[in-house]
Design a protein. Structure first.
Length: 227
């Protein structure tokens, strides 16, 4: 994982990111079931996260979920990817809405990709609570018999070494202890590259999202049932 460059980008854009992901800037919460027609028999993936998954600042067709669906299709995987991202969500907010999101789908998904923790970190929330919330999300997915994957997040250096030591291992630790798949840092290859970012310097633009979806699509395809 190429982490050095994006860590310093996070420091430079910290205030903009927090404001962009705050509840005041939150995109409307939509019922995710509309993304999956009841007759669809192919794999269903739920992209469950914050503004990075929600497609902050982009047209609906440019967000991570539709981009991943297109990238999977180019690999011969005809899947539906549900956009269950909400800008501003912390892990606690994600845990609170998980049941509603899953219950709103016409059938059980084949994979839930969890992309939460950035807002916890940027607000300096307790890493122990972040870990507990993510563990509870993964436990609920396991209870429902739904395979899960985690996208990795790391602490910005301005939060200090102690915070980083507590926060950074969370994702790999939980993947090992729960059996969830571990995906790389979501913005790897995009952070720090202005041509792939919105003017805020933090969120991916349409080009950046397409690259992220293309990069992750082999992992996602490998985690889906063969039809």
């Amino acid at each position: 994982m190429r982490s050095g460059s994006w860590l310093y980008v996070i420091v430079a854009g910290l205030c903009q990111f927090v404001l962009a992901c705050s509840p005041a800037a939150e995109a409307p919460r939509t019922q995710p079931a509309a993304a999956v027609e009841s007759a669809f028999v192919g794999p269903v993936v739920v992209a469950f996260g914050d503004s990075l998954f929600a497609g902050y600042g982009l047209e609906p067709s440019q967000g991570f979920a539709p981009a991943l669906e297109r990238a999977l299709a180019t690999r011969g995987v005809q899947a539906r990817v549900v956009n269950a991202g909400v800008s501003g969500d912390t892990t606690a907010a994600g845990l609170a809405r998980l049941g509603f999101t899953l219950d709103g789908l016409p059938r059980k998904p084949d994979l839930v990709i969890v992309g939460l923790g950035a807002n916890d970190m940027l607000r300096g929330l307790s890493p122990a609570q972040t870990r507990a919330n993510l563990e509870a999300i993964l436990a609920e997915l396991k209870r429902r018999g739904i395979p899960a994957a985690l996208t990795t997040m790391m602490a910005a250096p301005n939060l200090g070494e102690d915070y980083a030591r507590a926060f950074n291992p969370i994702y790999a630790d939980l993947a090992r202890s729960t059996g969830a798949r571990l995906y790389p840092f979501f913005l790897d290859g995009v952070a720090g590259q202005p041509e792939k970012l919105l003017p805020d310097g933090m969120h991916p633009n349409a080009r950046g999202i397409e690259e992220i979806a293309t990069r992750l699509s082999p992992d996602v395809a490998g985690d889906l049932p063969k039809t």
